[in-house]
Each structure stands twice: as structure tokens, then as C-alpha cells.
Design a protein around this ligand. Sequence first.
Ligand code: 3HC
Ligand code: NAI
Length: 694
Amino acid sequence: MTDAVSYARNGEIAVITVDSPPVNALSAAVRQGLVTAMERFAADDAQAAVLCCAGRTFIAGADISEFGKPPQPPLLPEVIGLIEAASRPVIAALHGTVLGGGLEVALGAHGRVALAGTRLGLPEVTLGLLPGAGGTQRLPRLTGLESAVDLITSGRQISAEDALGLGLIDTVAEGGDPCAAGIAEARHWIAEGRGPRPVSALPAPAIDVPALPALRAKVEKAAKGQPAPLRAFDTIIGGMALPLAEGMALERAAFVDLMASPERAALIHAFFAERAAARPPTDAKPRPVARIGVVGGGTMGQGIAASALSAGLDVTLIERDPAAADRAAKGIAAMQDGAVKRGKLTAAARERMLAEQFRTAAGLDALSEVDLVIEAVFEAMDVKRAVFADLDRICRPGAILATNTSYLDLNAIAAATSRPQDVIGLHFFSPANVMRLLEIVVADATAEDVTSTAFALAKRMGKIAVRSGVCDGFIGNRMLSAYRTAADHAVLDGASPYDVDRAITGFGFAMGPYQVGDLAGLDIGYANRRRLDASRDPRERPPIFADRLVEAGRLGRKSGGGYYRYDAEAPNGRPDPEAEAIIDASRPPKPGLDADQIRARYMAAMVNEGAKILDEGIAARPGDIDAVLLHGYGFPRHKGGPMHWADAYGLERIAQDIRSYAQDDPYFWQLSPLLARLADSGGRFADLDRKDTA
Ligand code: 3HC
Ligand code: NAI
């Protein structure tokens, strides 16, 4: 026995308990412990065994931190084979999140009981893998082919009730202790004289061969170019015509191949990067937060309030007058309706939440007792400073004053108060009740316990927190500004916006920069450029083509046309010769750029700015930058984020490109000293991640 797995008797039942915090992942110690426990069960006179877990969850999967290293025996398929081969029934008692290898262990058992509230899934494809311990072969034998294909190729989780409906588990037990539920189920089996029932002995489901191409095409479409889902599909189908052992060999070969893929490396990097980013950078004890105030009930204030309510917080929302407060309350109620429709909230919980946890007021006086305020008024320094001066006067000592500003200098906002140590930035993304990213902006004077409170609040609200220092646009919007400029330069250099969008969506972004521009409205950027005209450096190359479009009344989707034309036939837009003519007339003719050249510039600008942000200490780790781009800006997850992508692509190539672009435009293309150093020394951003986390 290892410390991670214990063996005990409860009367005639053997109880095998995995206890390996935090999530009972299948480390080498757990695998070895399970082997030893099964050997002991074989030599024991117990009539059945229960396999259960201590702590918050049943086994949540293979130990991801072992991936990419040489595999340590015993391998998981062998461990599961031992469980399945037991001569007396083995019952898996499930709770928490039964995922990946954890569900495969459960499939190796002869019976499965789950506590209500348990979530089950095979999320391997979300890590660039497929189930590698029999999941592709055993699951279809229990649930039928279509459900197994759906679960395995999507990686989605299902509830215990849905799992029962699919035949994946035998019983849902109400609440209580999972091991006790397992023992009750085992006694039931013994009373009924049931023997072991190995899933692998069940017949493989029949395959509707003519329907396969359509099913495969559906999987291929959803996979968006990632190899794992299709490989999983082929493995499931291929295995169904074979005896289990051969199907398992097929699965293992696919698992080993995918383990070596760049997508797997990128997706696992993303998994750990977002968790490392969300770890508070300080041990200071967070201040308690139960009641919060939200100032400003516009787009962001509403989303923030809805998200806070769903996290169980008490929310007071302040608007300028009762009519605006009413509008905001209606908007929040509508958002919570959406949450009910998506199954995230029950109708009763929505009613209770709005009646008991939520109120609006006009005027800040209602915030005298709250623990934390999030300001989301207009993006103007004088307006924000006035609000913060009032909050300073009204809020109780120790209350945290946060701003949702996108760009403004947090130190200047903090200076409007007598308590800059209590001021912090909480930069939510729109729509704030849906988007998971939260940049936590730490100002010069922010107290450590204010920072740790912000990280704790993010976790409670289900957000992925990333610490940022103070600079114009923080991590994300500062990066965005750099790569948007590179896109505009590509158009100034002869590319069409459609070329740019195609190149960028071809890389894996859901939308290109000009599709996004049309969606947001081109008038916003136009107004911003007019504001900056007087202070613009003569070496800048502003996008005059964008100005010409706005001046021609093309404001984007809302006016029926911007870069694209929108009508009933093309609600998502189609290239428009009229827009092209306006753009062509605004610039001297140039040969243009191909997709590779466009992408190389776009990515070089992104990575170069990321390197500057790191060098200046605005971001603590390259992985933090990756987490921001993945969760706030649509960077394709299977490429891991810009800094991970850069390591894989080659820093030397990027630095070389930037040096050559700088010959034409030395003002924009200023190579980051950090990027230059790494490129010249053969270093990688990942080395900096490791140094920081070591
Ligand atoms: N291996 C190693 N560490 C893991 C892990 C795993 N499978 N799952 C979670 N962890 C670690 C996290 O890194 C984190 O560590 P930290 O505290 O040092 O940052 C800690 O456990 C807690 O994780 P979360 O912060 O994510 O906790 P939550 O409660 O929010 O979520 C969870 C728990 C739902 C289990 C979530 O962590 C999760 O989804 N984990 C991944 C599950 C997964 O993908 N399993 C399949 C693995 S692949 C596989 O099994 C292959 C097989 O087919 C052979
Ligand atoms: P908005 O214009 O939709 O809402 C602002 C609201 O604040 C208005 O309803 C207004 O009536 C109210 N308000 C103004 N002064 C007030 C005062 N003194 N007291 C109470 N209420 C007041 O603006 P939006 O888009 O919600 O932005 C708010 C903040 O969030 C800005 O700082 C913005 O930069 C930031 N932000 C915006 C994002 C977006 O995508 N819209 C994303 C992330 C941050």
C-alpha cells in the first residue's frame, strides 16, 4: 500500500480509498497503490470491494504533470485491467468530478454509484489527447456508439442523472458520504448474488456503417483543425470491430501519437498557465467580502453585478438617477434569465437572488457599509476621480475600492483618495457575466491583502485571474493595440482587410480584426483617433482608410456596412467592392502581402509587445500573458497563447523578422530587448515561466 491508497474492511466489504489531494489524480503512487490494493483484495476473503476517494472528488484523471515525461509503471490500462479482472464485484463510488482516467477507472469497475451532483466526462480531447486507458473501447459498450462519440469527441461533462440515463452508472445516491454509498451498493450486489460484470465482456454496439461519414464530418467540423477528436472517433469505430485487447492497442497507439503533438503541448501549457496565473501572488490573508457595491449600471456594471449575484454576493448597484437604475436592474434580470435558459441557474434561485441579494440606488451614500466597490462609470479620468473621492468619504475604513477602467492610470485614480492602499483595478471583459478573464491591476500603493482579496473574489466568481501592473491598457489591451496596428499597417501596405481577416482566422482566431471592428462599430476608433490627432508622433502610420470608411457613413454592422456589407443574404457580412474602392483610394498602390506575411507581422507584433510587458514587470510570467490572450481575445487554445506559440515557432525567426521590418518602419518595429536577448542566446519564454514557478 502507498500513502495515497488505503485498504480496510467494513464487514464483508473491502474499502479501497484513494487519498491524494487535491484531486486524487492518478500519479504513479496512486496507480501503484491501486495495484497493491487489488492484490490484497485477491488474497482476502471480502465478498466485494468498494473503490472510493477521500476529499473533494473521485479521481479527476491522469496526473497531467506527468505528461511529456517518460511513463512510470504501472501503466493505467494495466491497473484498470486488474480491477476489471477481480473475481468478486468491485463497485466504484463516485463524487465530485469524475474525469478522464478517473472515469476510465470507474469503467473498469463492475458497478458504479454516484452521489447526486457528481459530474462525469472524458475531457482528454480538450488536452489534445484521447482517453488512453480503455475509455474509447469501454464507454461505447455501455452507452452505445453515438453517445460515446459525443462525449469523447466533445470532452463535455454530464450530470449523474444524465449518466444514469445513458447507462454509464447504475445508481444515483442522494448526498452523504461516497464510500458509504458504495458500501450500500456493494451490499445490495451481494444480497442479490451478483457476480463481477466486466464492461469489456459486453458486446460492442452495432455500427450503422452508412451513417458513419456524416457522423465523422460532424466531428471534423467541430474539431476546427485539431487532430484529437477525429483520432478519437477513428479509434472508437476501429475498435468496435476488434476484440477488446486489440481495440486497446489501437487506442494506446493513438494516445502515444497525440502525446507527441504540438496541440497537446499547447493545451496542457494553457491548463497550467491559467492555474499559475490565478494563484495569488501574496500569502496575505484576504479581507472578508460579502457585500459589494457596483457603481455604474451600463454594459459592464450590469454584467459585473450579474456575475457577483451568481457567486452569492450581496450587490448594491448605483446609477445616476432612478430611471437609469431601473434600466440597469432590468438588464441584470434579463441576464439572469439567460443564465436560467442555459441551465446555469434555477428559476427559483434567480427570483431569490434578485429579491434578497440585490438592490439599486441613486447616489453613492448607499455604499457606506459594503466590503468592496467596483466602479464601472464612463472611461474618463475626471469622472472616475470624482467618484473615488466620494467613495473615500462614504465607504467604511477597510473597504476595498476597485475600478474597471480599461486604460486609465490606476495610480492617478488611487491618488484621488486618502487610502491608495485600498485601491485596485478589477478589469472585467465584456460581457462580464460570461467572459472568464479578470485582469487584477495592482497599483504602486495597493496593499497585499487587497490583492489577495481580489484573487479570492475572482475564484469565487469563477473568473480566471491574472495580475497586471499599471500601464496603458494593462496586459491585454496593450497587446491588442500592438497587433491591431500591425494589421492596419498590412492594409496600408496593400493587403485588403479581407486578406487580413482570412489570414488571422486561418491561424485559428474566431474572427479577424476587421470583422471585430465592424461588430464593435468603426465610429469608436474614429473618435479615439481624433482625440489623439494633436499628440500623434509624425512617424506613426494611422489607418486613414478607416477614417475614410466612417466619413462615407460606413460605421460597421450597425449601419449595414463597414469593411463588409451586411444584409439579409449575408447577415455575417460579405466583402464589399464599395469598401474596397474607398480603401484603395486612400493609399498609394502597393503589391500587398500574402497570408504568411500578414500572419508573421501580426504575431511578431503580439509577441514583441508581450516581451516588453514581461520585461517591464507588467506581467509576472509569459504564461500570464498567454492566459490573458486565450481568455480575453480569442487566441486559439490549441496554440497555447502567443508566448507559448512563439517558443514553438522560434524566437530567432521572430527577432529576425522584426529587425527586417524595422528597416522600413523603425518607429513601430522596436525589438524588445528581452526578445532580442532570448533569441540571440537560444533561450525560450518557457524558461522564464519555470524560473518563476520553481
Ligand atoms: N493532474 C494533475 N493536477 C491536477 C489535475 C490533474 N488531472 N487536475 C487538477 N490538478 C491540480 C491543478 O493544477 C490545481 O493545482 P494548483 O492548486 O497547484 O494550481 C489543483 O489540482 C486544483 O485544480 P483546480 O484549481 O482546477 O480546481 P477546481 O476545483 O477548480 O477544478 C477539476 C477541479 C474539475 C478536477 C479541474 O482541475 C480539472 O478539470 N482538471 C483536469 C481534469 C482532466 O482533464 N482530467 C483528464 C486528464 S487526461 C487523462 O486522464 C488521460 C487518461 O485518459 C489516460
Ligand atoms: P457604459 O457607458 O455602458 O456605462 C457607464 C454607466 O455609468 C452609465 O450607465 C452611466 O449612467 C453610469 N454613470 C456615469 N457616471 C456615474 C456616476 N457618477 N454614478 C453612477 N453611475 C454613473 O460604459 P461601459 O461600457 O459599461 O464601461 C464602463 C467602464 O468599464 C469604463 O471604464 C470602461 O472603460 C470599462 N470597460 C468597458 C468594457 C466594454 O467592453 N464596454 C470592457 C472592460 C472595461
